[in-house]
Design a protein around this ligand. Sequence first.
Ligand SMILES: NC(=O)c1ccc[n+]([C@@H]2O[C@H](COP(=O)([O-])OP(=O)(O)OC[C@H]3O[C@@H](n4cnc5c(N)ncnc54)[C@H](OP(=O)(O)O)[C@@H]3O)[C@@H](O)[C@H]2O)c1
Length: 359
Amino acid sequence: MTILSQQPLRIGIAGLGTVGGGVAKLLAQNAEIIEQRTGRKLTVTAVSAKDKSEMEALPLGGAKWVADALALSDDVDVVVELIGGSEGIARKLVEKSLSAGKNVVTANKALLATHGLGLAQMAETSGATLAFEAAVAGGIPIIKAMRESLAGNRFSKVLGILNGTCNYILTEMWERKCSFDEALKDAQKLGYAEANPGFDVDGVDTAHKTAILASLAFGCAPDLAQVQATGIRGITLKDMESAAANNSRIKLLGVATLKDGKIAQRVQPCLVPASSPLYHVQGVVNGVIVEGDAVGTVFFQGRGAGSLPTASAVVADLMDMARGVAYKPFILPAAQLQALPPVKASETKTPLPIRIEDL
Ligand SMILES: NC(=O)c1ccc[n+]([C@@H]2O[C@H](COP(=O)([O-])OP(=O)(O)OC[C@H]3O[C@@H](n4cnc5c(N)ncnc54)[C@H](OP(=O)(O)O)[C@@H]3O)[C@@H](O)[C@H]2O)c1
């Protein structure tokens, strides 16, 4: 029997932006219920952000300011990396923390899709846990579901609307009968899209999440280079009219399938018929479908981004750590993550938008 320490879990947060700020707020707002459910206090004892003044508006109690994020792991039990980016300071901090045996929670899909295998190896070597529920579909608990609740299944397919910005733009184009450019401007005004929107609308963000889901589903190392991605810039109102004539909507989907031992991973605008639950996922919402041999089809829907929805997933990972729950980052031991042969590009159907039934 494991006897858990009743000492507070000491948390260090790097990055106090949208998600980091949300984590600080949620830990404060729900402190009592979080302690009741884990049997321990979860206390932010150190933070690092570019500007110390970012601490002022947040309920951070007596948390210590650490100017250099790389020094954050020194006096904490868990490092929460919420800076972002597949390289630079985020990568260095996660690598340094894992190598030192410190548990890490991150929402950084770019980092995981690019360097996931190496990070998993580091975590295993040092005995640390690397958790990233927030990295795919924000507040939707898809990773925990695949790792735990659906763990007895052989998965054949996982697919979903994984980028709320693209789904918002496509929804607006049809509802307001406007162009891609007009809907994008609107998304930027509302803060759903960045000034440089390429990461979202060209399918890069969805590709990161697809690579992670494929790894969890099929026991392969996450490999961004294997994901063929097409975004939504080319979608016109005319395409949407043709889709509507077939009782369908156009959605940007991230899809990973395993057929005859070959894996296909892609991001593509798809024709989604009204009979699919993904048809009804509108606006900034995300939706994910998992197909397992025992359970059949399971559908998840919810907020895929935003401060508190994403914080909800980060805090769940922290609560696991407070309880002493440990697991392999990509379910299998790193040495068992196989390189599955990919389906050749010429074998995948490419006309756009593709019918969801043809995936
Ligand atoms: N936003 C979402 O809804 C969402 C959802 C799921 C996952 N994620 C992931 O969560 C992570 C954080 O995203 P976010 O939206 O919270 O980004 P964000 O709002 O830009 O926050 C990142 C913060 O990190 C700070 N930072 C940059 N360099 C730093 C350094 N060297 N040391 C300490 N802090 C530094 C930034 O400061 P400056 O602004 O001054 O540069 C900024 O405040 C990313 O990996 C993202 O992909 C986000």
